[in-house]
Design a protein around this ligand. Structure first.
Ligand SMILES: C[S@@+](CC[C@H](N)C(=O)[O-])C[C@H]1O[C@@H](n2cnc3c(N)ncnc32)[C@H](O)[C@@H]1O
Length: 185
């Protein structure tokens, strides 16, 4: 069976992240990916979860507390500043671009900060580690970010990175697609 976009993103991380590693949720939103990563790395591992909105940080904090998770650090800051928080090798990362569902559609991820964050995380990514990027682009501003991110990952040096795009090409209304960047160095 073909996996959906988010399922495939999770599957790829599951294949590549190991217990005890430090991983990043660059856009924690309602915390679903943060909790998924928390389980993947286990009690000895660590999740750094970023969001610029207090609403997202508190929703994720509540879910983490309800489940007794102690391996998550929530960071209310732009992922563009990720380099200020990364202290060790990163086992993998996820970006869910766009806006927080059922929230202010004007607060969206943007090309410049997304690319700065990608650059920072790539420089700490373990060999064979993956950054997965779920690209939602149907909203206002989404097309500009999509094009800039595609342009950025397309020009990554082939000898250093594998870059993959996974998408359903017969769906209507700008369906999301997945990008995955694997560090070969
Ligand atoms: C599509 S939502 C994420 C959904 C989330 N992964 C989940 O499981 O619910 C995108 C999130 O990115 C956040 N965001 C926008 N710009 C950001 C930035 N520069 N740094 C970190 N988070 C940002 C938004 O506040 C929003 O919560």
């Amino acid at each position: 069976m073909l996996k959906g976009i988010l399922d495939y993103a999770h599957y790829l991380l599951k294949e590549s992240v190991e217990l005890g590693e430090t991983v990043i949720d660059a856009t924690c939103g309602n915390g679903n990916d943060t909790l998924f990563l928390s389980d993947l790395v286990g009690g000895e591992g660590h999740v750094l979860a970023f969001d610029i909105q207090e609403q997202a940080i508190s929703a994720t904090k509540q879910k983490a507390a309800d489940l007794g998770k102690t391996n998550i650090t929530l960071i209310r800051d732009s992922h563009a500043n990720a380099a200020d928080y990364i202290m060790r090798e990163i086992g993998g990362a996820i970006f869910n671009l766009g806006y927080l569902p059922k929230s202010d559609k004007a607060i969206i991820t943007k090309a410049e900060s997304t690319i700065t964050a990608l650059e920072a995380i790539l420089s700490y990514l373990k060999k064979d580690g993956l950054i997965v990027i779920v690209v939602y682009h149907g909203h206002e501003g989404g097309k500009t970010e999509k094009e800039a991110v595609l342009n950025y990952v397309t020009q990554l040096e082939q000898k250093e990175y594998h870059v993959m795009r996974y998408e359903f090409i017969n769906q209507k209304n700008n369906p999301p697609f997945l990008l995955a960047v694997q560090n070969r160095k």
